[in-house]
Ligand binder design. Structure first.
Ligand code: PAF
Length: 322
């Protein structure tokens, strides 16, 4: 009799489906943001390809901490995936900081062409040496300044402005050169710091300003588009290296689908975001090309440092790329 039970148990074990491997995916913004729609598109694409081999647990709105902590988690394998800005990434892959240079990428088409092309793909390949596997470049759009002190049309208007920047040396150097008072801060602290008046302003693309409802804590929006803001989809090497070729191909395709969803969101918010923010009470001004040129001219000194750090040749290649 015992043998019958044993055989039944062995049979049951043989047909029991393998448990899905859980993927914790963390991101700084809400589920209805560009990061949230990308994470959802990733999950849907992977599930369509691989069935229930993997299950997803989403941690939106910095549920796993600031972007630096989450990237560290990906390195350690305690977080399987994230979608992050390049804010803290140059602390992990310094070369990637070249995409943070103000006024280097000049339009969404230019940026997408560079990131999808040779230069962007060469950069993604450098992440593995930092203990992170990068699946694809996504994006946030062009960053603009918001603040509660005054409208900004010239660098002089930004003088002394306590502006939160990402923990990113390239951005900090630029705001110092403009005469502002850059205050690097992790994103989860920003809304509170704006509410308490500890900082006057911050800078982020329309995708963030709209999805994080910054209009509730900021009066003025200056559409200066001082820098393009890439995002990147990262996966823990401990997960990636254990995948077989078919699974890797499905993850790569899911990243392509996630980027398409993210860019779709950005295109939409670039078209409708300003009107929505005006309707919500923000005072908006857009810099003319001449005004923008004044901001660029104020960055001569940091530009010398950027060229020394990243190489003039690479910066010229980026500028010349289609
Ligand atoms: O400003 C930042 O830190 C980033 O743009 C954000 C909002 C965390 C999105 O990656």
């Amino acid at each position: 009799m015992k043998h019958v039970y044993a055989a039944a148990l062995i049979g049951a074990a043989a047909v029991a489906p393998a448990a899905a491997q859980e993927i914790k995916i963390g991101y700084a913004l809400a589920e209805d943001s560009h990061y949230g729609v990308a994470a959802k598109a990733f999950e849907e694409s992977l599930t369509a390809a691989l069935g229930d081999q993997f299950s997803f647990r989403h941690f939106p709105s910095s549920g796993l901490g600031g972007e630096r902590e989450v990237v560290e988690g990906v390195q350690l394998g305690t977080v399987e995936m994230t979608i992050v800005s390049t804010g803290t990434l140059s602390n992990f892959v310094p070369e990637a900081g070249v995409f943070d240079v103000p006024f280097l990428l000049t339009s969404l088409d230019h940026a997408r062409g560079v990131l999808d092309g040779e230069i962007g793909q060469e950069m993604l390949a450098k992440f593995d040496a930092a203990g992170i596997h990068a699946l694809a470049w996504g994006e946030q759009g062009f960053r603009h300044i918001t603040n509660n002190r005054n409208p900004i049309s010239t660098p002089a208007d930004a003088s002394g402005l306590k502006i939160r920047t990402m923990e990113n040396p390239v951005h900090i150097a630029a705001f110092q050169a403009l005469g502002a008072a850059p205050t690097p801060m992790a994103w989860p602290e920003v809304i509170g710091a704006l509410q308490q008046g500890a900082i006057d302003g911050q800078e982020n693309p329309l995708s963030v300003i709209v999805s994080a409802k910054l209009n509730e804590v900021q009066k003025y929006l200056t559409l200066d588009g001082h820098v393009y803001s890439p995002a990147v989809i990262l996966i823990a090497p401990s997960l990636w290296n254990g995948l077989d070729d078919a699974q890797k191909a499905a993850f790569d395709q899911a990243a392509v689908d996630a980027v398409a969803a993210m860019r779709g969101y950005v295109d939409e918010v670039e078209a409708s975001g300003v009107e929505a923010l005006k309707a919500a009470g923000m005072e908006v001004n857009e810099l003319t090309p001449e005004q923008k040129a004044e901001f660029r001219a104020a960055l001569e000194e940091p530009y010398k440092a950027y060229e020394a750090q990243f190489g003039k040749e690479l910066m010229d290649r980026i500028q010349a790329a289609e």
